[in-house]
Design a protein around this ligand. Structure first.
Ligand code: ATP
Length: 312
């Protein structure tokens, strides 16, 4: 597997704040890696160091197996960066904006025209090519911002919260566009506060807290590692105390709580907990209306690891 990013012992201090503290990680070709962390955990600082927009105190950064430096223009040509703030020219149309940014890297006109059309298609702006930015909704503007950042077909793409405050239609276009970019071979670093997006998109996740990596892996690995339990929830209108106590003695059961009408059974581990509970309940006089299993989400993992919600 080709290494696209190799960070070793990256440390960045702003006066008295240690923003990034001895960070080491790799990103491989074709991955979408989610960079997550509470506010102030060091995500932007890390990305700015990776892009050589910031000096750092210690460590090494290699992109495409080469040392990243402020004047490494050959490397920069292969990178696409989409920041949260929309940065386009109001006096240029959608097409002209994309043409401008793409033209910084692709000089051949025919190749560029094709690249622009691909970018427009990727974010679904076909009907807006002649529009000026001021006439676009917030979601369409974000899509234009992305098209400007990826039209030159970069191999490595940084996306900083591309779906914040966009309408559902634009959000779908953006997420599908990102999947398409990966299919086309790009490697993507993605920061977001939306856990559902991470579960849907990211091959791996790096969780930062106070400038350190506190967890790294696939979402399944992180769920396994944090050992968050499965919960089976039963809606039941009457639960005698002796039945409640019996439930506590069942295999794998860690905790049983009843807050009428919800009976919440927390399991330490084990497979088939839901099926076994349904079988068990059949043998009791208990009548329930609904039963379902709640598997841990990435949000649970995050909360367990950092003690904070990803979204404040
Ligand atoms: N220019 C700066 N001068 C001093 N301290 C800074 C500067 N930029 C960031 N910091 C501090 O460094 C730490 C990391 O900030 P950073 O912006 O990298 O975090 P983040 O994870 O990107 O946060 P957010 O999710 O809010 O964007 C924070 O404590 C922040 O206050």
């Amino acid at each position: 597997m080709k290494t696209m990013i190799n960070v070793e012992h990256l440390t960045k201090q702003y006066q008295e704040v240690l923003a990034v503290d001895d960070l080491s990680f790799r990103v491989y070709e074709g991955e979408i890696v989610g960079l997550l962390g509470p506010n102030g955990s060091g995500k932007s600082t890390t990305i700015n160091c990776l892009l050589s927009l910031l000096n750092f105190n210690n460590g090494t950064i290699e992109l495409f197996d080469k040392k990243m430096k402020p004047d490494a223009y050959d490397l920069k040509a292969q990178i696409g960066v989409i920041f949260q703030e929309v940065a386009v020219f109001d006096e240029l149309t959608v097409y002209e904006n994309i043409d401008y940014f793409c033209g910084l890297y692709i000089k051949d006109q025919a190749t560029r025209r094709q690249a622009i059309e691909e970018a427009i298609q990727l974010v679904g702006l076909e009907d807006y090519k002649k529009f000026y930015p001021k006439k676009l909704s917030g979601g369409l503007l974000r899509r234009l911002n992305i098209a400007c950042g990826i039209a030159h077909r970069p191999k490595l793409i940084f996306l900083d919260e591309p779906t914040v405050a966009v309408d559902p239609q634009s959000r779908n276009h953006i997420l599908n566009g990102i999947k398409q970019l990966r299919k086309n071979g790009a490697t993507i670093i993605y920061t977001t506060h939306y856990m559902e997006e991470v579960e849907q998109l990211c091959d791996r996740v790096i969780i930062l807290d106070k400038g350190k990596i506190i967890a790294m892996g696939t979402t399944d690995e992180l769920k396994e590692k944090t050992q968050i339990e499965e919960k089976v929830i039963v809606e039941i209108h009457d639960l005698p105390l002796d039945e409640l106590n019996k439930l506590k003695t069942l295999k794998n059961v860690d905790d049983v709580r009843y807050q009428a009408p919800h009976l919440i059974i927390t399991y330490k581990s084990g497979k088939n907990n839901l099926i076994e509970m349904i079988e068990y309940l059949k043998q009791t006089p208990l009548h329930y209306t609904t039963i379902y299993s709640q598997r841990p989400t990435l949000n649970d993992v995050f909360l367990t690891l950092t003690g904070k919600e990803l979204r404040d």
